[in-house]
Design a protein around this ligand. Structure first.
Ligand code: G6P
Length: 483
């Protein structure tokens, strides 16, 4: 698909996220030796692309390269409005405030959050730039859907400038309890920013409850059921925002179709064979992030080898850790830790023929991921905190013959929906080890029963269902426009 100049017009539906839903491919990789864009993988764009092309939609976001100004363009029928970030913005707003302040704070302070006023100033400035792009391109009465923690100030900026807009916000990551959120020096501004929305969506009911408790505690809002009453200086109600859980999901049809493609089934067989056809393949697939509990998983696996409950002849762990936020210190430290541990385990337990951990610091196309899901007998999702965890849902969806076992952390949003997974607490290493052994030896009929019930849950609630639920809840809200 070529890039055409956009029609000069306003949009009645706008999605706003830190990243645009396209990736640039380099010239040696593209068709005709040219540089170009391709649609990013992932459920969000799959769910929203049809709306973008059918309605007068547009997507506002960063195109991923610093210090480069791009004009609006369209790709695959979607109108894209790029927001530029300078090298400083990337360092202060993206790597700093978004990923070294908010990210650890919102994930149970697994890593210590850093608070810097320069980062906050940049976060505010960049949020303003995103809001300005929407203000410029949104038609009167348009619906605007803002995504995730990088853009929490955008809803109130929009409401102030454009009371005609219908504003939704969805937080893809957890929202912390007020006792932890309290640490943030700018907690009040963040709450007020989010409360500019008509509808504030979260993954879990507990995230929505945490947000409502913070709204009450830090800005004195009154909360009735799921309605948050925002008061002006004179004590009169100026705006009502609704907070509610909408658990996100995946593009089920896409994964199911890939799981039945003969070449992908063949690729799964090839992967098993390349590993020497072990009895059991265990699989972990994560962004290389300290929220994912990768060290806990490796520790449990190592102890099982040490105790002889597993042997490298019988079992191999494939750990895909896709590169992420590599300039942020905590991520660099984690990579060193994981690579040290993997080297230690393999050095101790590998034989000439067999490897304990096949560690891959790469990201792969979805076809290869589905082949891995098909090859894996046991999927390990050991996150210490995770807004949802879509890998768990993808694995279950790919298991079209209802075999395999999912070991799933209680600290994921997915645990709310996948109640038939083998749920565990990843901090409890003995419990994790026992759950892994239970998964390895799960009787086929029990495996089938659990997979069937999880598959049904996911098939009934795919990502289209998620976006439709959110947008219809948003559409039901009456927007008062006095302008
Ligand atoms: C999480 C966040 C997303 C983010 C993604 C990848 O899923 O919720 O907002 O886009 O991680 O991280 P990155 O920093 O590379 O965008």
């Amino acid at each position: 698909e070529g890039n055409q100049a956009p029609k000069a017009r306003k949009h009645d539906f706008m999605v706003v996220s830190n990243r645009l839903p396209v990736d640039r491919y380099p010239s040696d990789d593209g068709e005709n030796g040219e540089e170009g864009w391709r649609r990013s993988p992932g459920g969000l764009v799959t769910a929203l692309a049809p709306m973008m092309t059918k309605t007068d939609g547009a997507w506002v976001g960063w195109h991923g390269a610093p210090d480069e100004a791009l004009e609006p363009f369209s790709h695959g029928g979607m109108d894209l409005i790029p927001v530029d970030l300078s090298t400083d913005d990337v360092e202060l707003y993206y790597e700093g405030f978004s990923n070294a302040t908010l990210w650890p704070l919102y994930h149970d302070v697994i890593a210590p959050p850093e608070f810097h006023r320069t980062w906050w100033d940049s976060y505010r400035r960049v949020n303003r730039r995103f809001a300005d792009a929407v203000i410029q391109y949104a038609d009167h009465g348009a619906t605007v859907w803002v995504q995730d923690y990088q853009l929490q100030l955008v809803p109130s900026m929009l409401r102030q400038a454009r009371p005609d807009l219908r504003i939704g916000f969805f937080n893809h990551i957890p929202f912390p309890p007020p006792e932890i959120f309290a640490q943030l020096p700018w907690r009040q501004a963040i709450i007020e920013g989010l409360l500019g929305a008509d509808l504030v969506g979260f993954q879990r009911p507990s995230d929505a409850a945490n947000f409502m408790r913070s709204a009450r505690r830090f800005i004195g809002a009154s909360v009735k059921q799921q309605q948050i009453h925002v008061k002006g200086p004179d004590g009169r109600i100026t705006h009502i925002a609704r907070a509610q859980a909408f658990p996100i999901s995946i593009a089920v049809d896409q994964i199911s179709e890939l799981a039945e493609r003969p070449d992908i089934i063949e690729r799964a067989r090839q992967i098993r064979q390349d590993l020497g056809n072990p009895k059991t393949i265990l699989l972990g697939v994560d962004r290389l992030d300290y929220t994912k509990g990768i060290p806990h998983r490796l520790k449990a696996f190592e102890e099982l080898l040490k105790e002889g409950r597993l042997t490298v002849e019988d079992a191999t762990l494939i750990q895909v850790a896709s590169p992420s936020r590599e300039r942020v210190r905590q991520y660099r430290l984690l990579r060193e830790e994981i690579e040290g541990t993997v080297g230690h385990i393999n050095g101790s337990y590998d034989t000439m023929q067999n490897t304990a951990v096949r560690y891959l610091h790469h990201s792969y196309p979805i076809e290869e991921m589905v082949a891995l899901y098909l090859a894996a007998d046991v999927m390990l999702v050991t996150a210490l905190r995770d807004g949802m965890n879509l890998v768990a849902k993808e694995y279950v969806t790919a298991r079209t013959n209802n075999t395999g076992a999912l070991v799933l952390s209680e600290f994921t949003g997915a645990a709310d929906q996948l109640k038939q997974a083998l749920l565990m607490n990843p901090h409890d290493i003995d419990g994790l080890k026992n759950t892994i052994m239970r998964a390895v030896h799960l009787p086929p009929n029990e495996s089938r029963r659990r997979m069937k019930s999880m598959r049904k849950q996911i098939l009934d609630h795919d990502v289209d269902h998620w976006s439709a639920e959110f947008l219809s809840a948003l559409a039901e809200i009456v927007v008062r426009d006095d302008s």
